[in-house]
Design a protein around this ligand. Sequence first.
Ligand code: F6R
Ligand code: MG
Ligand code: MG
Length: 407
Amino acid sequence: MSAEKVTVSIIKADVGSVVGHARPHPSMLDAARNVLKDAQKAGTIEDFYVTRVGDDINLYMTHYKGENNKDVHGAAWECFQQATKIAKKMKLYAAGQDILTDAFSGNVKGAGPGSAEMTFEERGSEPLLFFMADKTEPSAYTLPLTRIFMDPFTTTGLVIDKRAKQGFDFEIQDVMANKKVVMSAPEESWSILSLLGDTSRYAIKRINSRAGIGPAAVVSTDKLNMTAGRYVGKDDPVCICRCQSGLPSVGEYTQPFLNSTMLVAGWMRGSHIGAFYPCSPEDSDPTYYDGPPRVCCLGFQLNNGKLQGLEPYGAKNGEHIPVDFFGTSTFDEARRNAIRASKFMRSQGPFVPSILGAEEMEYTSRPDVLKELTSRFVSLDEKPKKAAAKKAPAKKTTSKKKKVEVE
Ligand code: F6R
Ligand code: MG
Ligand code: MG
């Protein structure tokens, strides 16, 4: 008989912040903790940890109820309702922003919050990493994840760890067409990259081990602006990763965030390109031009469905202390590089590639500008009537002249 499978879920939402789009008020996080304490007591969830990145509240939950479970999602929904109430009372900015429906209908999908969940048989020891990003989009994880899982020059484990060498299956989502496809690395690596290189359309949803270890990584790919049919906030993504023993090691996951300065879409008004800034949650306030896009990485061990960080064994009420990988001085250089690259992007002002292409802009005034100019735009082929009549006999001379020039 196989062991009961544990589910690890992150459900996240931006339901208001102080100041502007900077960070949720501590009372909002406390309110979420209280809801999840009750959910733990009621046996809905096994354990939890409440944190944030920038203006997004992130709820880490472990349980045995499977993915998209009504009770687990319902508890998260209640956290965001309570936090919204506080944000409204305090008149915080964008209070209730990611709550798109009045009534909870079974799970948070399509209702505003983002979620990433994975279910697996807990191994003898189960190291987990939780990535959380603010002011960017789900495909921001594509570059680091492809380096980690597909590039042997980045992850030596792909060459020298027998199980990692068997490769990985990638579930790739086409976020525009609402379709998915599973492709395998290393065999299809270059075809995988030919899709994923278009980060405006394709994103990695899941990566599974081909050595029978189960899920390795899962990303939230809910696209808020598409969900609501209008702009309601960038879909700041989270990513859960299992590590070690046939999967990338903790250090193989963190390495790309120091080795490369990665440009991602989002940042100010969800309409710019900025560099990923790895930092601790405490340092994740978007302080420079609403960014640059932050990414945090917290680690826990899983112990029979419970989270174990640096706190004493048996901690209650979500009082955990994760290992904060990007909060260390090792990543000072990555932060300096991210600011340098972001300042360089800003030097382009409102011109691409500092801003996104027209179809990706979260904010635009262009339709109004074009509407106002409708009667003033003329075709480049249209010749002014009088000039055209006069020009006709002169045509021969012009072409002759051209011919001479060519000769
Ligand atoms: C980006 C973000 C911010 C806002 C910007 C304008 O995801 O949340 O950069 O887009 O501060 O916000 P509003 O339109 O609320 O003034
Ligand atoms: Mg926001
Ligand atoms: Mg945010």
